[in-house]
Design a protein around this ligand. Structure first.
Ligand code: ACO
Length: 284
């Protein structure tokens, strides 16, 4: 999906190295905060915890190209001390996925027809950057999901390390029903979590997965009543922050490598990471 007619979303929102999440950026550039607000995003950083809120509740947090560029900009501008990133949605839903007005061009940016494959490839890669940073080993990412998590919204939850879901959650991979494929990095984690057969069934029927099934399939690690979501996320974040920071980074790196590695490679990776930990803990 894509259009090379790039709009004025926060695609240039990186700012110079070292500029904070609300950094002033270069001269004449509007603050990131402001540009994120236009893209329907809010970023709050409180010490080691950053909270990213999808903030277009009147549109059920439907996402535009600007939203995905904004997410990428957040990833690039996170302060060094951030260890946990929480993603949540304002209003009744986590996210209703892509803003359907983009199909008609009403949202300002429309779709290319794919005739320029290279440009379209680059463009989708840029949008995917909004999701890929969530796997970085130096942070743990938590999706707090309630209500609908459809299409790009479902994929955003899948891009996070841990999903905490409210019991009103409704996951749906809607793209094939719209003639598209899920292209916001969601196919790999979905297959890894539920297996190829279930992933096919979910995607090719575009059916909705409710909370009980999401817990059973491992799509959500934790399911809580809707009114307990914030407390559950706060508790999880506190537990994540209680762990030694260096061990957390090394362990996340190790666990993400595990699926790709042979046993031999993984054993070597464990030794390598442990040597680093031992040096850090006991080195003189
Ligand atoms: N894009 C743009 N606007 C949206 C979207 C969307 N994806 N989803 C909801 N909205 C808007 C509605 O048009 C409505 O606007 P209005 O108040 O001006 O009429 C408002 O948000 C509220 O939506 P409702 O449908 O009234 O809310 P409800 O709670 O009844 O339903 C639901 C929510 C199920 C999410 C429904 O809105 C829906 O099915 N949306 C479309 C989902 C979709 O197909 N997304 C694309 C997935 S594929 C991908 O992400 C690549």
């Amino acid at each position: 999906m894509a259009d090379a007619r790039v709009g004025n979303g926060p695609e240039a929102a990186t700012g110079p190295a070292g500029s904070g999440p609300t950094g002033s950026g270069t001269a004449g550039e509007r603050p990131l905060e402001e540009r994120l607000a236009e893209a329907g995003l809010r970023l709050e950083v409180d010490g080691a915890v950053a909270t990213v809120t999808l903030n277009r509740p009147e549109r059920r947090n439907a996402m535009t190209f600007a939203t995905w560029r904004g997410l990428a900009a957040i990833g690039r501008s996170l302060p060094d001390g951030v260890r946990v990133v929480v993603l949540r949605g304002a209003g009744p839903s986590f996210s209703a996925g892509i803003d359907l007005s983009m199909f008609s061009g009403d949202g300002g940016e429309g779709f290319a027809d794919g005739s320029d494959a290279e440009a379209t490839d680059r463009f989708i890669a840029e949008l995917q950057e909004g999701y890929t940073w969530l796997r970085r080993p130096d942070i743990v990412t938590v999706a707090a999901v309630h209500g609908h998590a459809i299409g790009g919204g479902f994929q955003l939850a899948l891009a996070c390390d841990i999903r905490v879901a409210a019991d009103d959650v409704k996951f749906c991979m809607k793209e094939p029903a719209l003639g598209l494929v899920p292209d916001l990095t969601g196919t790999k984690p979905l297959v890894e979590i539920v297996g190829i057969g279930r992933a096919l069934e979910l995607c090719l029927t575009a059916r909705t997965v409710l909370a009980e099934e999401a817990a059973r399939l491992g799509i959500a690690e934790i399911v809580v009543p809707r009114d307990g979501l914030d407390a559950a996320v706060d508790g999880l974040v506190a537990s994540l922050l209680a762990v030694n920071p260096g061990a957390a980074v090394a362990t996340k790196r190790l666990l993400w490598e595990a699926a790709e590695n042979t046993l031999e490679q993984q054993c070597a990776a464990e030794r390598r990471e442990q040597i680093g930990r031992l040096r850090d803990l006991f080195g003189k």
